[in-house]
Ligand binder design. Structure first.
Ligand SMILES: [Ca+2]
Ligand SMILES: [Ca+2]
Ligand SMILES: [Zn+2]
Length: 492
């Protein structure tokens, strides 16, 4: 299991106990054996959590308690283990967890945890950061997916409640690894949990929606095109109805909609690209997105093929080894089958007008591809934004701006309580000396933990954030820079 250096030491347990119960003897080290005592860790697995409470209970009741460590259980230090130690352990556990693993913004799971929202069951591994408002945003995404597709997760032929499994990449700072869907369940990484980059949760939930109408993968062009195109519609829906959720889900664009349609697409037929792969803009994902957008706008529907799929049949896909040693997935639902399906549903001429349509609309696709042409992100409808660091493969960064795209704001409060908690308690950084770098023309009001105004000032580089938990960008303006720096990994 993973744990955070410094959080689980005897010293911290003892300190907490002292806070809670006054001057209580809490031996930190047993001198005879030189064994570190971690008060509360009665099963000696290095963590203090609910498993210890369970074992303590068993021990007191005279039940099986293999591995019970007396030295870690004597909370009142009277050399006896009794019911008073049980009470103290439970109190200490609550204090310990709230001090170290909970904040206003979120919590870190201490064991496998199931979170039930109105629509979704999250199955979350231990030691994963979960924002407190996960349910709010996730259920809005669910609503958006159902609304823009006109489909239902629960009333589909293979309908059931949505399950999203969340795990953490092992032995890496990155919070992102591959997201995928197996049949009707989605699998995402910790960073996709509406915190770091979040693209997989939307994309994979859409895959599981398709699977509820048609249990097999319909090939990259159709299944990925459906996921990616639906994701664009989901974002439009969120932007209109829930600007704060849109602001979080926006970064989906970086990954999932970053597809180009280049001039050379017209050199070959669409069937050719579907068969041989299109070299730009994430290959068949981009072709699929374009195809689904075309079908939607010209036929008024982009989902009918899903239910009609069974008529075509199914061949299992397979993983093949490439020359460079990587593996890739070869569709079982071949291009011929995909085209036959579309023709069955939309008519034999379905692809005929596709390139003409694309020529008129290609700016939409170019636009998404080159994010430098994205002029600004509009935060004016948002009063509060919880800022989380990004820990993705390739770099750690705290930046309100994604891809350096300016943020337009109107009295926007950026909460950095989550930033601090995430850095210190989840990632093990020392964030006590963090500073803000923001445009000089921005006017700032800095607030403490309790919302009291600490000071007002203009922007600049290296602005101390000591005791600051909220940064208000006052008035109307545009930030072309907003980074938080000067956090360091605690020495190990
Ligand atoms: Ca333990
Ligand atoms: Ca005792
Ligand atoms: Zn996918």
């Amino acid at each position: 299991m993973k744990k955070h250096r410094g959080l689980l030491s005897a010293g911290i347990s003892s300190m907490l106990l002292l806070n809670l119960f006054g001057s209580m003897p809490c031996p930190a080290v047993n001198a005879e054996t030189e064994q570190t005592v971690m008060l509360g860790d009665v099963n000696s697995d290095g963590s203090f959590n609910s498993a210890d409470a369970v074992m303590m209970q068993s021990y007191i009741l005279g039940r099986e308690a293999q591995g019970f460590t007396l030295g870690n259980a004597d909370f009142d230090g009277n050399q006896r283990i009794d019911v008073f130690d049980v009470i103290l352990l439970k109190k200490a556990l609550i204090g310990y967890i709230s001090e170290n693993f909970y904040s206003e913004a979120g919590y870190i799971t201490q064991e496998y945890t199931e979170v039930e929202t109105e629509y979704i069951t999250f199955k979350i591994d231990e030691n994963i950061y979960v924002r407190n408002d996960l349910a709010l945003h996730a259920d809005r995404i669910y609503e958006a997916i159902e609304t823009v597709t006109g489909m239902s997760f629960t009333d589909a032929p293979y309908g059931k409640r949505v399950v999203v499994n969340v795990s953490k990449p092992q032995d890496t700072e990155s919070e992102l690894s591959t997201g995928y869907a197996i049949g009707d369940e989605a699998y995402i990484s910790s960073g996709d949990l509406l915190i770091d980059n979040d693209y997989a949760i939307i994309h994979e939930m859409i895959h599981t929606l398709e699977a509820r109408y048609n249990p097999y993968y319909s090939g990259k062009t159709l299944s990925e095109g459906f996921a990616v195109y639906t994701n664009t519609l989901v974002l439009e829906y969120l932007e209109e109805h829930y600007p704060d959720t849109y602001a979080i889900g926006w970064s989906t664009i970086e990954h999932d909609m970053n597809h180009a349609v280049e001039e050379d697409i017209y050199d070959q037929s669409l069937e050719y690209w579907m068969e041989n792969g299109y070299p730009h803009g994430n290959g068949l994902y981009g072709v699929g997105r374009m195809l689904l957008a075309y079908i939607h706008e010209t036929k008024g529907d982009f989902t009918s093929w899903i239910s009609a799929r069974d008529e075509i049949g199914y061949i299992a896909g397979k993983w093949i080894e490439n020359e460079d040693g990587t593996t890739s997935y070869e569709d079982g639902f071949t291009v011929d089958m995909q085209l036959e399906l579309l023709k069955n549903v939309y008519g034999d001429d379905i692809l005929d007008g596709c390139y003409d349509w694309l020529k008129e609309n290609e700016a939409d696709f170019m636009y998404q591809y080159d994010l430098s042409t994205w002029v600004t992100r509009d935060f004016t409808g948002i009063e509060q934004y919880d800022l989380y660091p990004s820990f993705y493969a390739g770099g750690n960064v705290i930046n309100l701006l994604r891809k350096d795209i300016p943020v337009v704001y109107s009295n926007l409060t950026v909460n950095i309580g989550p930033t601090r908690f995430y850095l210190e308690k989840y990632k093990g950084y020392d964030a006590s000396g963090i500073v803000l770098n923001v445009n000089e023309e921005c006017q700032l009001a800095l607030y403490d933990k309790d919302g009291n105004l600490l000071r007002e000032c203009s922007g600049g580089d290296g602005i101390s954030l000591e005791d600051v938990y909220k940064i208000k960008l006052v008035g109307d303006g545009t930030a072309t820079k907003f980074t938080i720096t000067n956090y360091t990994k605690e020495a190990s």
